[in-house]
Design a protein around this ligand. Structure first.
Ligand SMILES: CC(=O)N[C@H](C=O)[C@@H](O)[C@H](O)[C@H](O)COP(=O)(O)O
Length: 227
């Protein structure tokens, strides 16, 4: 079945542990992925070829795969190279997400989308702005994600909370819209759907245990002492 049909009105769980933390191991990512599916996830977002290779045989839901890199000469981190696309497709990705912002990058976004489509996977554009989404649709992307809103210089003022404006703007383009980024509670997931999302991706609030723990610990420590 078309992955978009399976993901519509669905939850995608991004299983990306904190880099180099104790949970950053393929067998743990595979266990997280299975636990997410057991809890009702309709899809998964998985970073890296080793993690994808561990998760793919363990689940049957659609997988959105990415490869993250830290480049010296470009701020683009998500699937910047054509060979990244080949590696993720070979490891069983159904959908490959890429940075769809208009920033200096090693390979043009149009070439990345073309490589994704020729691999047989669908392309998900990780966008920061409406213009990113419009360009991505012209280039052949099948999903527009709000993933990078708040993470570029141009959108730094949106770094708090959910970008419902961008979700609604993408809805008006008649695209498949993925709300992604800082969806940290079930209530925010519902708000994303009301704003026009077709599906919602949740990462940190479900799979980055160190960060979730810190949210609770900080609140407890800053709570008033007198009762
Ligand atoms: C900006 C960027 O690099 N986002 C990444 C994309 O894969 C991940 O680090 C996020 O965890 C993911 O987008 C889910 O978002 P959140 O963790 O806020 O639920």
């Amino acid at each position: 079945m078309n992955p978009l049909t399976l993901l519509r009105r669905g939850l995608v769980v991004s299983c990306q542990p904190v880099d180099h933390g104790p949970m950053d191991r393929p067998e743990i990512v595979a266990a997280m992925a299975q636990a997410a599916v057991a809890g009702g996830a309709d899809g998964l977002r998985i970073e890296g070829v080793d993690n994808l290779a561990a998760v793919r045989p363990a689940v049957s839901v659609p997988i959105i795969a990415i490869l993250k890199r830290d480049l010296d000469d470009s701020p683009v981190r998500i699937t910047p190279f054509l060979q990244d696309v080949e590696a993720l497709a070979a490891a069983g990705a159904d959908i490959i997400a890429y940075d769809a912002t208009d920033r200096p990058r090693p390979a043009p976004s149009a070439a990345i989308v073309e490589a994704i489509r020729s691999s047989g996977a669908l392309a998900m554009a990780d966008c920061a702005t409406l213009a990113d989404g419009q360009r991505a649709l012209r280039e052949g992307a099948s999903i527009l994600g709000t993933t990078l809103s708040g993470y570029t210089d141009e959108t730094a003022d949106r770094a708090d909370g959910l970008d419902t404006d961008l979700i609604s703007a993408f809805r008006a383009l008649d695209a498949f819209v993925m709300a992604e980024g800082r969806v940290n509670t079930p209530e925010l997931a519902a708000r994303a759907m009301q704003a026009g999302a077709d599906a919602v991706t949740v990462g940190t609030a479900l799979t980055r245990l160190e960060i979730m723990t810190d949210w609770f610990a900080a609140k407890i420590k800053s709570s008033p002492e007198d009762r």
